[in-house]
Write a protein that binds this ligand. Structure first.
Ligand code: GRF
Length: 218
């Protein structure tokens, strides 16, 4: 990658607290990147206001106005490509993406998922971890591949499950760690240290383990 700051494009659907962590890290200089645009599939996403307050260009592409997943994804790709980003960040973007979309951004599409993948892909991750009697939960930053929440992990934060935790209290503590590990993984990518090679995430020339590269957040 050149010396130019990495151009990030961030996709959101909701509150955008992860987006805010990217904004803050870019502003403080911890993340050598610029956010070229924020796109939401929901017009009311609160994260849009966070982007506007930071003078970041915003777009809304409302998925309810499309008659198929393919046509929505085509429009989304067109919008994304008009900014020529180096890296596309899914930050609470609550849409399943089509194989064509995922292939197009192979190696430059990251997601964060609130579980210690490969455990608990999909929804209700916090409750599922509690119900299973797990002693720890967490979050995983991973490259996106066609397998839902199944792409190679780049970084994980581990959070102990406390006695008396419910899904909300656990989600709140995990979110704090998400805000640290997601910009960190993007920083590694920006510095050319983190890449996807075939189906392996590689950091500084070393293949990362398939179960994630754990960082204990607490
Ligand atoms: C986070 O928990 C993230 O892991 C999941 O959706 C949530 C988004 O939160 N994919 P926010 O919109 O970034 O606050």
């Amino acid at each position: 990658m050149s010396n130019k700051p990495c151009k990030l494009l961030i996709l959101i659907s909701g509150g955008g607290s992860n987006l805010q962590s990217f904004i803050d890290q870019c502003q403080s200089g911890n993340l050598p990147a610029t956010i070229c645009a924020v796109i939401s599939n929901r017009p009311q996403a609160a994260g849009l206001e966070r982007a506007r307050l930071a003078n970041i260009e915003t777009r809304v592409i409302d998925h309810t106005l499309f008659d198929s997943r393919e046509s929505f994804d085509r429009q989304l790709m067109e919008a994304i490509n008009s900014y020529s980003p180096d890296l596309v960040i899914l930050a609470g973007f609550m849409r399943i993406l089509t194989p064509g979309f995922v292939k197009h951004y192979h190696g430059r599409l990251l997601n964060i998922h609130p579980s210690l993948l490969p455990k608990y892909p999909g929804l209700n991750t916090h409750q599922r971890a509690i119900d299973a009697g797990d002693l720890e939960a967490g979050a995983t930053v991973h490259f996106v591949t066609e397998q839902l929440d199944g792409g190679p992990p780049a970084l994980q934060a581990v959070v102990p499950i406390a006695r008396g935790d419910d899904a909300d209290s656990l989600a709140r503590r995990i979110l704090v760690e998400e805000h640290k590990i997601y910009p960190l993984a993007a920083r590694w990518f920006s510095e050319g240290r983190l890449t996807l090679q075939g189906n392996r995430a590689v950091l500084d020339g070393e293949t990362l383990p398939a179960s994630g590269f754990a960082y204990c957040g607490e």
